[in-house]
Design a protein around this ligand. Structure first.
Ligand code: FES
Length: 145
C-alpha cells in the first residue's frame, strides 16, 4: 500500500511541477509581450536624397513617374520649376495621372481632380496630394524621400 501511495504522490508532484512551469512560462511571455506593447520600439524615420537626374533630362510640361523606396511619385517640370507629388489619391488611394493638356492630376477612380500645385479642386479628395521636397545641386536634381 505504501509503495502505491508513493507513486501517486510522485506523479502528482511531477504533474503539478510541469503545470506550474508551463503556466509560469506562458504568463512570463504574456507579461513581456504586454510590456513591449506598452513601450513600442521607436523607429527612426529615414530621410534620404535620391538623384533623379539632370535638370534638362526632365521633360518640360510632362510628368515623369518614379518609384523610390515604395513611394509612387510624379515629377512635374514646368519651365524652370520642378515639383514632385505622391501619386496616391487622398480619397481612397488610387494612382493619379497627369493630364498635360489640362495641367491637372486626374484620379480615375472617382474623377478626383488636383491642380498643378497638387491642390484638390474637384471630386471627393479631402486634401491636396502629398508633396516631396526637390533639391537642386548644380544641374543635378534630387528628391528627398
Ligand atoms: S480614389 Fe481618387 S477620387 Fe476616389
Amino acid at each position: 500500500m505504501g509503495v502505491i501511495h508513493d507513486n501517486l504522490s510522485r506523479r502528482k508532484f511531477l504533474s503539478s511541477a510541469f503545470m506550474t512551469l508551463g503556466l509560469s512560462f506562458g504568463l512570463g511571455t504574456l507579461f513581456i509581450r504586454f510590456g513591449q506593447f506598452l513601450t513600442p520600439e521607436k523607429k527612426e524615420k529615414r530621410i534620404g536624397e535620391v538623384l533623379i537626374g539632370n535638370f534638362t533630362d526632365i521633360p518640360d510640361g510632362a510628368a515623369t513617374p518614379l518609384e523610390i523606396s515604395g513611394n509612387k511619385i510624379l515629377v512635374v517640370r514646368s519651365k524652370d520649376r520642378i515639383t514632385a507629388f505622391s501619386r496616391i489619391c487622398t480619397d481612397l488611394g488610387c494612382l493619379v495621372s497627369w493630364d498635360a493638356a489640362r495641367e491637372q492630376f486626374i484620379c480615375p477612380c472617382h474623377q478626383g481632380v488636383y491642380d498643378k500645385n497638387g491642390k484638390n479642386i474637384a471630386g471627393p479628395p479631402p486634401r491636396p496630394l502629398d508633396r516631396f521636397e526637390i533639391l537642386a545641386k548644380g544641374e543635378n536634381v534630387y528628391i528627398r524621400v
